[in-house]
Ligand binder design. Structure first.
Ligand SMILES: Nc1ncnc2c1ncn2[C@@H]1O[C@H](COP(=O)(O)OP(=O)(O)OP(=O)(O)O)[C@@H](O)[C@H]1O
Ligand SMILES: [Mg+2]
Length: 271
């Protein structure tokens, strides 16, 4: 485990508990989906994991060493754990896209050519090279989202936390994002995505963690978590479409196993 949170509790000032007794760990190279209805606690956990929020109780450790919430501890944590926030307006702050994306690499003390290379690569990965000189306040929502993701990717963290990264992206944007994430994942980056897109979670995640009312309700291999449709429905979610169609076809004997992607499903039906 690279990052490990144990028995975390947290409340926002003047509010009831947002997280209670949550234990969550991430291993190198994992692909994890965080699921759960609005207000379940996903974004709060992400902010605990990158040190933006300090837990009221519980432990947070990186590479087996407890994280301290002083400047040095947070620098160590954030050099390993990158968070793409749910709202890009919370993330973007520099005048132009290129300046914003270069901020992280510059802060890491990289040379000017290395910074330039990181920025160019991250912008290309998110399909926004043509927006490099555009003021961030002149971007559309989806363009802002892409820029915010590029800014975190450019730092090449070992763990990438993405809070609803596909929300507001057009189909090609989703495709480019997932390709960029696949490339990082192949190099060993652990990726955790909080999402309401059950189809994306089904096709992409190795492991799924379902939050409900500030606690973990179900977790395990994605196939196992998604196999109990009634339980998901009771938690305000639903099984994935490819999974439901696949399960019906398995029942009728048309195919043997439930596919993970639409492309696989179509190929199985055609065969
Ligand atoms: N800044 C805040 N101040 C007070 N309460 C907050 C704040 N942010 C979140 N909460 C509360 O904490 C709980 C968990 O919220 P959180 O944003 O973590 O949920 P989420 O699972 O990310 O939801 P969503 O799917 O809508 O993004 C909710 O009850 C919410 O009302
Ligand atoms: Mg959220």
């Amino acid at each position: 485990m690279i990052l490990s949170a144990g028995d975390i509790s947290f409340s926002y000032p003047g509010a009831g508990p947002a997280l209670s007794g949550v234990s969550f760990s991430v291993a190198a190279g994992e692909r994890v989906a965080l699921l759960g209805v609005n207000g379940a606690g996903k974004s709060t956990l992400f902010q605990i994991l990158n040190g933006s929020l300090k837990p009221a109780a519980g432990s947070l450790s990186l590479d087996g060493t407890p994280v301290s919430h002083d400047r040095r501890g947070l620098t160590r944590l954030r050099s390993a754990v990158g968070l793409v926030m749910q709202d890009p307006d919370d993330q973007l702050f520099a005048a132009t896209v290129a300046e914003d994306v270069s901020f992280g690499p510059a802060n890491m003390g990289l040379s000017a050519p290395a910074i330039r290379e990181r920025v160019e690569r991250a912008l290309a990965a998110m399909g926004i090279s043509d927006l490099a000189a555009t003021p961030t306040h002149m971007l559309s929502f989806g363009q802002k989202k892409r820029a915010a993701i590029a800014g975190v990717i450019a730092m090449e963290p070992r763990i990438l936390l993405l809070d609803e990264p596909t929300a507001g992206l057009d189909p090609r944007g989703v495709e480019e994002l997932m390709q960029a994430l696949a490339g990082l994942n192949r190099q060993g980056t652990a990726i955790v995505i909080a999402t309401h897109d059950m189809d994306l979670a089904w096709s992409w995640a190795d492991r799924a963690v379902v939050f409900s009312r500030g606690a973990i309700a179900i977790e395990g291999r994605t196939q196992a978590v998604f196999s109990d449709g009634d339980r998901l429905t009771a938690l305000g979610l639903r099984p994935a479409l490819v999974q439901q169609i696949g399960a019906a076809l398995v029942e009728t004997g048309a195919i043997d196993t439930i596919p993970r992607s639409l492309a696989d499903l179509v190929a199985l039906i055609r065969r």
